[in-house]
Write a protein that binds this ligand. Sequence first.
Ligand code: UT7
Length: 321
Amino acid sequence: MFVHIAGTGSYLPEKVLTNDDLAKTLDTSDEWIFSHTGIHSRHIAADGEETSDMAVKAAGRALAEAGVKPEELGGVIVATSSGDYRSFPATASLVQARIGATNAGAFDLQAACSGFVYATRVAQGMMQLDPRPVLVIGAEAMSRLLDWTDRNICILFGDGAGAVVLKASDEKDGILDSILGSDGGSVPPVISCTGGTKVCPEDPVGGKMHMNGRAVFNFAVKIFDDTIRRMLERHGLTFDDLSLIVAHQANARIIEAAARRMKQPLEKFFLNMNTVGNTSAASVPIALDEAVKAGRIRQGGLVASVAFGAGLSYGGLLIRW
Ligand code: UT7
């Protein structure tokens, strides 16, 4: 049995926050942000617009494209670190009810920015036991986790959702391979000190996200080509066989460094952080959907994804479209 991506969909909130908007209240500039990240603007969820609202919109679009009815789904997985509720119910349960996926199991998966890649692999495994289609969503309201006075972090993130519908088929190819990894250390380089059992000494009240950006940057550059190379080698393929690389949209400089290491032209990498920013677990599925809609992913094309984030977690997908 092979598992194919039968449809993709995404949703970005209406409100756009530009670097110039941020520079009105922060000691920063469009020039600094763009030259250090490749980001010009990001979308921000409206007051009262929750992670599940964005997930439902992206899901509806992916289901319509796949021609799958919600009641046919065997599972709904939402990869998120910013669900509607801190602990429970799962955002996936809210989505399952809202879209009418009456026969599906539903749960959230938290692997930070790598969440969508993790969820896709988990869904693929579930489909070996029950071949009904699975809806995999990455959805984040990162704007609710940020300290808007911290220029080191708040300039990076945006809100949004992306979704794919996975379908089982006897037709060859689809998701060829995946890799999941974790490099947890004693001092996590990215922490959101909100609502867990641990009181963070640097943020005893909670509610803020802390990050050692440099540490994440260096980690990302290291695992980027290594993860894709390992998947390709297992299939007797090389970087030259790839038609597109759809990576986590954290920072254009990470992607440029990876392109140099892989000796691949930058045109082979899909970039949308310019207008979307870093949407954490929603980043890869939004980028996949935009790449499909832009005609950058075609039937038969070989696509690699790689994601990395808090944990430090990382993962990769190799897909023959
Ligand atoms: O999704 C996964 C999670 N996170 C990531 O992917 C983040 C990965 N890391 C990065 O993208 C980069 O490390 C950043 C964009 C976060 C930072 O870029 P950097 O080139 O590593 O800059 P830096 O942190 O070394 O800071 C350089 C300088 C500092 O000033 P001093 O100490 O040299 O005087 C910062 O205070 O830039 C300053 N700075 C800023 N200046 C203007 C930091 N943020 C800003 C800002 N505007 N927004």
